[in-house]
Design a binder for this molecule. Structure first.
Ligand code: SAH
Length: 254
């Protein structure tokens, strides 16, 4: 067996009970078309393959292709040897894709951005992350974990924390706990609509100085008066505003 490559974030799942839990939460059926990011040695793939219509698996590591090609006998398995970040969905046609991935943790942020840009193709997304990163995606306001990516994620999707996974469930073991999260895209919202654009701008400015009052941080783009009109406390810190507050600001500016 090839050695796990740290640079590609390879932590292979080895705990069958965790894979059971994943399958239970994803609840696949024979009408579903799946896109799997980083199938690795196929720990999740082998449990999905007979219960779904089709799987497209995108794996960057050529050293794993031999192992993964065993699934090709099934007829519903398509292997793409490239980075998910270069994978174009246009040719796939289906607008109801379900994505799943025990993601390479070192590129979680770029993969989330890639997912947001392609959101209209997806019925839902199920991802595994390092706990600290996952916490930021699902975080409510008034918490340390609340930041730009919480706002953008929760504007575009409805995230749901599913369960925690201990390092012992992987080989090699990561240093930290992991989480499994489900995301449902919110209809009518997209990464390139004007509100998302403004949300990005506003959150970038607001979270640049976490201790600064929001009225002061945002004064170049919005007066304290306008913030008060939106029922937002100008003395609040950026992590005190809710996603709804940020959306109200973005709507006013868009
Ligand atoms: N799903 C498997 C493997 C998880 S490890 C399991 O649960 O056991 C993460 C996997 O993502 C590895 O196989 C790694 O090679 C792959 N990977 C890393 N960077 C990638 C990228 N940019 N695009 C696609 N796959 C990638």
């Amino acid at each position: 067996m090839p050695k796990a490559k740290k640079s590609l974030g390879q932590n292979f799942l080895i705990d069958p009970l965790v894979i059971d839990q994943i399958i239970k939460h994803v609840n696949p059926d024979l009408t579903n078309q799946f896109l799997e990011i980083g199938p690795g040695k196929g720990a999740i793939t082998e449990r999905l393959i007979n219960t779904v219509r089709e799987i497209h698996a995108v794996e960057i590591d050529g050293g794993l292709l031999k192992k993964l090609s065993q699934f090709q006998n099934n007829g519903n398995f398509h292997l793409h040897n490239k980075s998910i970040l270069d994978f174009e969905l246009d040719e796939m046609g289906d607008k109801d894709l379900r994505i799943i991935g025990n993601l390479p943790y070192n590129i979680s942020t770029p993969i989330m951005l890639w997912s947001f840009k392609n959101l209209s193709f997806f019925k839902d997304m199920h991802f595994m992350f390092q706990k600290e990163f996952g916490d930021r995606l699902v975080s409510e306001n008034n918490k340390k974990s609340f930041g730009r990516i919480s706002v953008i994620t929760q504007y575009l999707t409805k995230p749901k924390f599913c369960f925690l996974i201990e390092p012992e469930s992987f080989s090699p073991q990561p240093k930290v706990e992991s989480v499994f999260i489900r995301f449902e895209p919110i209809k009518g919202r997209s990464f390139d609509d004007p509100i998302t654009d403004k949300l990005q701008e506003v959150t970038r400015i607001a979270f640049m100085h976490k201790r600064k009052m929001i009225g002061k941080s945002l004064q170049k783009i919005l007066s304290e008066n306008e913030l008060s009109q939106l029922n937002i406390d100008t003395k609040a810190r950026p992590e005190n505003l809710s996603v709804k507050d940020y959306v109200k600001i973005a709507e006013m500016l868009a």
